[in-house]
Ligand binder design. Structure first.
Ligand code: ATP
Ligand code: MG
Length: 888
């Protein structure tokens, strides 16, 4: 173990400076388990950081006794930086990392106790998908029906819940023997549990053969290690005396168990140390004076590690990755003697922003009410904007950003645009490019997911671990060297026969019957290449950048790309040079750099790691998904796509628990803003190649009217409808008759409108369900205005767009009928009812949902909404003017 420095000297006063009383109490708390539960922006992360410094300087702990867990690598490096400011350079040596990174370190050190050899590979999602494809092919599985992604998500669920493959297999497919070829399973699949259990077992088997783990395994295998190897567990119990976890609300079951195992909670030692909060707290009275290197708090203390977790159950947004909100809700039950401290003052946002966030989140059931307040004052109202379509929404945002920059001197880097799904970024990007505004995209096709980067990394993985079958196979014919499927099959048949790795198949391919001399010659060239690269790799292990350079040159990858005339290949070359820079940077930052170390960092970069560190003035607007935005803050935030079906996501509209998660996501989004919040929506959005009319997001309805200053409340055609009191049957005709450009704000709704002539029937097609807010959107098929694939027709005004659309319509009109878009030949009649005809408790009949009772009425003029309880069909929000209902 490294020599420990003397106790870190920082006065208590220094560490409590600038904290409110509650925050200070949390920083100083002495006891086995502490939950800092609080709303967004209340200083949770700040308190956690100070508490670490406090533990070091006031409890006299050594840096090596602390394990601090953050949600992303970026958050970890930010925290390390802040700690550096508080306690100096020792912060660099502390374990401040994500769960995954901590597990990599543990498994590298001690994984051999559970059969992991050092130098194991870490598969990312794309690697795992390739492996599933290989297995699927061998087992004759219909991968169109069961996509690799879908299979992996089942496997991931098992893992996140710590359900081992052995148990699954024993229960659902006891006859299956992983690794044994030629088992006829395709025929026997009676149920899906059986299918997934077999795939899970086979997948684990092949990972083990390849000496590899996937992302979820990092956690699962570490838990296994701690549970199966008592000496290893003991080492970590002695070592980590303080465990601190940020964003605890997004931990999953496996991570929860991991934390307990690391801390040694429930190991029968609970009362050998300070088992109860009362005892610990009584000591808290002395907290103001340094406890010095008292053995009570540091080295000599027995019993479980002290745990501090920080989180906000309203910000739990990773259920789809197994996050279990119960972990935070049950903290006090799970850790007897735990103490909860609530923080209520928000230091980030204005009162208006907080009020909006609160108005959204209070609609969630079963949550503990929280009151967040701020001393920052009311601030500016939220700015709302309803655009005709996604292009116009983006263009308006670009204009507003340019205005904020020029009129209010807001730096670009103070502004962020957030959206629910990655695909929404394209329109925004286009608008920013057109307006000449600098931006950076976080997420999207990530650097490490680009093909050429994955190829280069596959070489590095294969060099570091030749038994890594997936990566070895990947590079066999990259760049093309005449080693196609047959050559691959030959090597792999050798491997199957002898139960060895694919690489050994490559080495012995001459022994396989029927291999041509040509294949065998080419295979020899590949073999020599890998051997020479491997030799180079071990000679230059401390210089990953040189290994990258060697691989790119010697493999022929660069030569192939340089030869190409495809402009995309030029940018691929640039990306590869980037990779070399990444490696060089890694060498400079890492004292004991190695190839394996470099591969680890590349495998662990998460979306948000692409964000520049604090202090970098990038002078760029940031674009990202709401999920990526967690924990971050910006003075100006644009929340876009505020539409039913976009946000909340269409998947969630009929599912109460998914809708709750969307609401938490909305709460996260709103609370990212410090000073100014914009909320925009598009009345029409293209999805799956079709233009759909989108209704305003219910989250907009949740926010009190007086908090939003609508720059434009309704899109052009929505306004027209309202003005003429058109009912549903008239709307398209109305456009035909009266559609002069001016009425539509100069946008592309020309006189020939969307729905004259032959396209009318298709443009009016819809399904019954499509008419309720429950499923959010109406589909206009591929003719009429649905076919503007280029998108340009919408955002440019005037006659050119009109003629453009007419052309498009003509060109696609014929196919529309054939695509089932006008199936709804029986067009439901609009009710023609007014919202004033309704009172609570009225009975209605709906074409699709049947009989229901009115439980809520929102009079919003043309956009009035009824909420109706349809019993077993659920409670639906219906826009009166669209809903096929009758009042009984
Ligand atoms: P989130 O829920 O979004 O993760 P959080 O609770 O972790 O938020 P922080 O990011 O720690 O909150 O703090 C929010 C902002 O408030 C930061 O800019 C932080 O510096 C500031 N802040 C926190 N506490 C104080 C304080 N006592 N005085 C002044 N500023 C503070
Ligand atoms: Mg935080």
């Amino acid at each position: 173990m490294i020599e420990e420095p003397d106790m870190i000297q920082r006065s208590a006063g220094e560490l409590l400076k600038g904290l409110n009383d509650r925050q200070a109490e949390a920083v100083r708390y002495q006891g086995p388990a502490l939950l800092i539960g609080a709303g967004a922006g209340s200083g949770k992360t700040r308190v956690l950081t100070r508490r670490i410094a406090w533990i070091l300087s006031q409890f006299g702990a050594w840096p090596s006794q602390i394990l601090a867990i953050t949600f992303t690598n970026k958050a970890a490096s930010e925290m390390r930086e802040r700690l550096g400011g508080l306690i100096g350079p020792v912060a660099e040596r502390m374990w401040v990392s994500t769960f995954h990174s901590a597990c990599v370190r543990i498994l590298r050190r001690d994984g051999k106790a559970i059969g992991l050899r050092s130098g194991f590979s870490i598969y990312d999602t794309a690697d795992s998908e390739r492996l599933i494809k290989l297995i699927g092919r061998d087992l004759n599985i219909d991968l169109k029906r069961y996509t690799p992604r879908n299979i992996l998500s089942h496997i991931s669920d098992y893992k996140n819940n710590l359900q081992g493959w052995q148990t699954q297999l024993a229960e659902y497919a006891p006859d299956y023997r992983p690794g044994e070829r030629g088992q006829q399973i395709a025929a026997r699949f009676g149920n899906e549990e059986e299918l997934y259990s077999v795939l899970y077992a086979e997948y684990e088997h092949r990972l083990a053969m390849a000496n590899a783990v996937d992302f979820d395994d990092l956690i699962v295998r570490t838990v296994e290690l701690l549970q199966k190897a008592p000496l290893v567990a003991q080492y970590y119990h002695r070592r980590f005396r303080y465990i601190l976890v940020d964003e605890y609300q997004d931990t999953n079951h496996a991570q929860y168990v991991l934390m307990r195992e690391l801390a040694g909670v429930g190991k029968g030692q609970a009362d050998s140390g300070e088992g109860s909060a009362t005892r610990a707290e009584s000591r808290g009275e002395q907290a103001d004076r340094p406890v010095g290197n008292s053995t009570v708090f540091a080295a000599g203390r027995e019993g479980p590690a002290w745990i501090t977790v920080v989180g906000d159950s309203d910000q739990s947004i990773y259920a789809f990755r197994g996050a279990d909100i119960g972990n935070i809700r049950d903290f006090e039950k799970d850790f007897p003697g735990a103490r909860t401290i609530l923080l209520e003052q928000n230091y980030r946002s204005t009162q208006t922003i907080l009020d909006a966030a609160n108005a959204i989140i209070v609609k969630n059931e079963g949550r503990k009410p929280k009151k967040l307040w701020t001393a920052l004052g009311k601030g500016e109202p939220i700015v709302g904007y309803a655009a005709d379509n996604a292009q116009q929404e983006a263009a308006w945002i670009a204009t507003e950003i340019a205005r904020l920059r020029s009129e209010e001197d807001t730096p670009y880097s103070d502004m962020a645009i957030m959206y629910r799904a990655n695909a929404q970024s394209r329109a925004v990007e286009e608008a920013l490019i057109n307006a000449g505004l600098p931006y950076q995209l976080v997420g999207g096709t990530r650097f490490y997911e680009r093909r050429e980067i994955k190829d280069a990394l596959a070489y590095l993985h294969a060099i570091a671990n030749p038994e890594d079958d997936v990566n070895m196979r990947r590079i066999l014919n990259v760049p093309k060297r005449g080693l196609g499927d047959r050559a691959e099959a030959a090597a792999s048949s050798y491997a199957d026969l002898h139960g060895t790795s694919f690489w050994s198949g490559v080495e012995h391919v001459d022994e396989v019957a029927g291999v041509s001399t040509l294949t065998s010659k080419k295979m020899a060239v590949f073999r020599d290449l890998i051997r020479s690269l491997t030799a180079f790799g071990s000679e230059h292990d401390a210089k990953p950048s040189e290994i990258v350079a060697e691989v790119l040159e010697e493999s022929g990858m660069l030569a192939e790309l340089r030869k190409s005339t495809d402009p995309q290949d030029a940018s691929r070359v640039e990306n590869l040079s980037q990779l070399q820079s990444v490696a060089a940077e890694f060498e400079q930052k890492t004292p004991d750099a190695s190839l394996a170390g470099f591969l680890e960092t590349t495998a662990l970069v998460a979306d948000s790691d692409q964000l520049p560190g604090s202090g970098d003035d990038t002078g760029k607007v940031t674009l990202m998904t709401l999920h990526t935005a967690k924990g971050l803050e910006y003075p100006v935030v644009f929340l876009t796509g505020m539409e039913q079906g976009t946000f909340p996501h269409s998947r969630s509209l009929d599912d109460a628990s998914e809708l709750q998660e969307e609401r938490r996501l909305a709460y996260v989004g709103v609370t990212r803003a410090k000073r100014r919040l914009y909320m925009t929506r598009a009345a029409v959005r293209a999805q799956w190649g079709q233009a759909n009319e989108m209704l305003p997001s219910q989250f907009l309805d949740d926010i009190p009217d007086d908090l939003i200053d609508w720059k434009r409340k309704e899109a052009g055609f929505e306004r027209m409808r309202g003005r003429w009191g058109l009912d549903d049957d008239d709307e398209f005709g109305g456009f035909e008759d009266g559609g002069d450009e001016d009425s539509f704000g100069g946008h592309a709704f020309g006189g020939s409108g969307f729905g004259s002539g032959s396209s009318r029937s298709t443009s009016r097609s819809r399904t019954g369900g499509g008419r309720s807010l429950g499923s959010s959107r109406r589909s206009y098929g591929s003719s009429g205005y649905g076919s503007h694939r280029g998108g340009g027709a919408w955002s440019s005004g005037g006659s050119s767009s009109r003629s453009g659309r007419v052309t498009t319509r003509r060109s696609t009109g014929g196919s529309a009928g054939g695509q089932g878009t006008n199936k709804a030949a029986a067009q439901p009649k609009s009710s023609g009812l007014s919202i004033r005809d309704f009172s609570l408790g009225d009975r209605v009949a709906h074409d699709q949902y049947g009989l229901g009772k009115v439980v809520d009425i929102q009079d919003k003029g043309h956009n009035s909404v009824l909420t109706v309880d349809f019993g077993s069909e659920g409670t639906k929000r219906l826009m009166l003017r669209l809903a096929p209902i009758e009042k009984l």
